[in-house]
Design a binder for this molecule. Structure first.
Ligand SMILES: *Cc1c(COP(=O)(O)O)cnc(C)c1O
Ligand code: SF4
Length: 364
């Protein structure tokens, strides 16, 4: 099925998301054997490899610079010690009133369904906790989260994330969606998943019906980072959901060596519109241990946004943003805006609750 990597599959296996997911759990050998790069074992021991055969098949070379491989194959730079890496840089724990629920913004709350993912993205902000959360939530955990949301009538939107909630089957997913959708104060649900990118086979007719039949509107937020990820399978799956009333938006991360040039971003954002996906955010890489080789600096992001403005449709333009440490929340940056700095030249931003918070920058 895939030219570069000797992956053997029948067509029906290739199109079956359970086959893709099952293969991803054993991808270490395939990746190591077919690439033959040295030094991967030590990185894998700390941050395990996991990748679907489908995603590997999008690579166009076996070079470390390939934008697909850069996102899914370990890099020795992940073991570099950085002084700002922390397990919970956004202080999510402090904003978690009950297990798996994060309530940081007044009208929306985040529920973490599972720590499983179909592919381990090397730039993931949750990479230190890849297996900590565990699988599907128990009835008790789900009930506690539901109670909390029921008591907090200001919550109107629930983000269902993980891990990747689309590694769960339709029945498990429906159970989680319904727990929240059945509350009168919950108006919409937002499902965060990278499945359209790494396992679009997951976007079946049955899934589209489960999401479309939910008693509250479901939006899908996904994570395309490179134009090569915009395949026919992805496009067909997204249309299937849309036909059942489920719109998709995209959150990209600006990644050095993957998409940090204007032409790639232009193709990505206009290509997303062409498959009916609205570019929503372009995030600057978070200060997470094991991912600093992907960070570009916020000035670079602002330059890229400035060069796209006017060259592409306004509809194609996402908001350039990043998450402040210490639970400061998301900050949106516009080209041309003045950035304050402290005496050491470190950028300082006002959080949504009025604190001044320093943003750690890469030092090298
Ligand atoms: C990002 C985030 C949200 C959603 O923010 P939007 O700006 O609405 O996309 C909600 N809760 C938490 C904890 C988040 O990190
Ligand atoms: S799918 Fe999301 S949570 Fe999972 S590894 Fe990728 S970025 Fe992280």
């Amino acid at each position: 099925m895939s030219g570069l990597f000797s992956i053997v599959a029948s067509e029906s296996e290739w199109l079956d998301w359970r086959w893709q997911l099952g293969q991803s759990a054993a991808s270490y050998r395939v990746v190591i054997e077919s690439l033959g790069w040295s030094g991967l074992g030590a990185v894998h021991a700390k941050y395990p490899i996991r990748v679907t055969p489908y995603y590997m098949s999008l690579a166009r070379s076996k070079e470390a610079s390939d934008p697909i491989l850069r996102q899914c194959v370990p890099n020795v730079a992940e073991l570099r010690e950085d002084d700002f890496g922390s397990a919970d840089p956004f202080a999510e724990e402090g904003y978690s009133p009950v297990p798996r629920l994060v309530h940081r913004y007044e009208d929306r709350a985040l529920f973490l369904t599972t720590s499983d993912c179909a592919t381990h993205c090397r730039h993931c902000m949750r990479k230190r906790n890849w297996s900590c959360l565990g699988g599907r939530p128990s009835d008790e955990v789900l009930e506690q989260a539901r109670d909390y949301v029921a008591r907090h009538k200001e919550i109107r939107e629930i983000l269902i994330s993980g891990g990747d909630p689309l590694t769960m089957d339709d029945a498990e997913l429906a159970r989680v969606l319904d727990a929240f959708a059945s509350l009168p104060n919950v108006e919409i649900l937002r499902l965060g998943s990278r499945a359209p990118v790494v396992m679009p086979q997951r976007l079946t007719e049955e899934l589209a019906r489960v999401l479309g039949d939910c008693r509250k509107p479901v939006w899908l937020a996904t994570h395309f980072n490179h134009p090569w990820e915009l395949t026919d399978l992805a496009s067909e799956g997204i249309l299937r959901l849309l036909k059942q009333g489920v719109p998709t938006v995209n959150q990209s991360v600006l990644l050095a060596g993957v998409n940090d040039d204007a032409e790639t971003l232009k193709q990505l954002f206009t290509g997303l519109l062409a498959i009916r996906v609205k570019p929503y955010y372009l995030f600057h890489g978070d200060p997470i241990e094991g991912t600093t080789h992907f960070r570009t600096g916020i000035e670079k992001g602002l330059e890229l946004m400035a060069s796209l403005r006017g060259r592409v449709s306004g509809l194609a333009m996402p908001a350039f943003s990043f998450d402040l440490p210490e639970g400061g929340g998301k900050i949106r940056l516009e080209p041309g805006m003045e950035i304050q700095r402290d005496a050491d030249g470190v950028p300082v931003f006002q959080s949504c609750d009025g604190r001044s918070i320093r943003y750690p920058v890469r030092r090298d």
